[in-house]
Design a protein around this ligand. Structure first.
Ligand code: MRU
Length: 361
């Protein structure tokens, strides 16, 4: 498993700088919650679940490294930390899911002293990390039911180990199916403009010994036309209650092409990506990123002038185009209605873990 992030007993976060991969495997170390927010904004730490995990540890560091005896200042500082992390990126639900859990722990234990609160916050961050790894494992098992003995799968962006606390969501399904003895070939979209496919997914698939080709994003439709793709599996940054999916820009084109070519379009994501309070995808904020991500390549300007650029990081796949959504709980088919399932998702992982512990004893 790739070591992407670790919280040390010196209250530092060590993380792999994903902007430098695969050319450099460089780990950065910080004690500052502001650095964590910056790392998320700059995509050094990326992928919806990993963003949430990093932010949770950012809160612990923010509290630990703040020196005060004054309770009021401590409380004010706590909210400053969570707000800074909250504004690092707008789209991934997992960021807000993790920060809301940290705030809940803080507010439920407001009567306790600093040290106890800090300890509880650390335990919550560890739980968010562990649970995410567990969710990935279960998504892998559930999703592998959809994978035949020999399949060619197309994926977009990176929804793997590098994006989560575990084996990944979309790629977790591929690893699980391969471990079951299935013969899998992957086409990895390069994923313009930041190349999460050719830089990160390719690196990860190679580490995991999966056969693959990288393709340019606009090649996908041709492969579908030629009957080469059996299914598409992508991750998600946020899923609305009606099953609308927001994921890396280019996902919508893939879904339209899948519908045209009658190929299943699957989305793999944990319950922490579902926004039970948002009815439809149109209400999900889509991050607009810097024009320089398009006008520069490795810091070198490639346009003759500073042209105006449209650079949304994600797009919306309407639920009508989603064949199935694979969560840690099960494979969900249309019509999707996650609105009423919030409580079930909240207790599911804890119940499963308790059952697993009992079976182990
Ligand atoms: O901008 P990124 O690299 O953070 O975008 C990541 C994605 O779009 C992933 O598909 C999504 O976060 C799911 S990761 C399990």
């Amino acid at each position: 498993m790739i070591d992407k992030l670790e919280y040390t007993n010196k209250h530092e976060l060590i993380f792999l700088d994903q902007t430098l991969l695969p050319l450099k495997e460089k780990y950065l170390k910080t004690k500052s919650y502001k650095d964590v927010a910056e790392a998320i904004q700059k995509l050094r730490i990326r992928g919806a679940p990993l963003i949430g995990i990093a932010a949770a540890y950012g809160v612990v560091m923010g509290v630990h490294h703040y020196d005060t005896d004054n309770r009021k200042n401590f409380d004010i500082h706590f909210y400053k930390v969570t707000e800074t992390l909250r504004t690092s990126r707008p789209t991934a639900k997992n960021l807000f899911y993790a920060l809301d859990r940290m705030v809940k722990v803080f507010e439920e234990n407001i009567e306790k002293d600093f040290v106890e609160i800090e300890d509880l916050l650390l335990r919550e961050a560890d739980a968010i990390f562990d649970e995410d790894a567990e969710m990935c494992k279960r998504i892998g098992v559930n999703g592998s039911e959809l994978i035949g003995e020999k399949m060619t799968i197309l994926t977009h962006c990176n929804a793997g180990e590098l994006a989560t606390g575990g084996i990944g969501t979309a790629l977790g399904i591929i690893y699980t199916a391969r471990d079951q003895g299935k013969d899998i070939f992957v086409y990895a979209d390069e994923t313009r403009p930041l190349l999460q496919g050719s830089r990160l997914t390719a690196y990860e698939l190679a580490e995991n010994e999966i056969d693959f080709d990288i393709i340019i994003d606009s090649m996908a439709a041709n492969l579908m036309k030629d009957g080469i793709i059996d299914c598409v599996i992508v991750g998600a940054d946020r899923i609305a209650s009606n099953g609308d999916v927001v994921n890396k820009v280019g996902s919508y084109s893939l879904a339209v092409n899948c519908a045209f070519h009658k190929i299943p379009f699957y989305v793999a994501a944990p319950g922490s990506t579902i926004d039970f309070d948002i009815a439809e995808g149109k209400d999900i904020e889509i991050e607009e990123r810097s024009p320089e991500e398009i006008t520069k390549v490795y810091g070198e300007k490639i346009t003759s002038q500073d042209f105006s650029v449209l650079n949304p990081a994600f797009d919306l796949v309407p639920h009508e185009l989603v064949t199935a959504i694979i969560t840690e709980y099960k494979v969900h088919y249309p019509p999707y209605n996650f609105g009423g399932l919030k409580h079930m998702f909240q207790s599911y992982i804890q119940t499963q873990r308790a059952d697993d512990n009992e079976n182990d004893n």
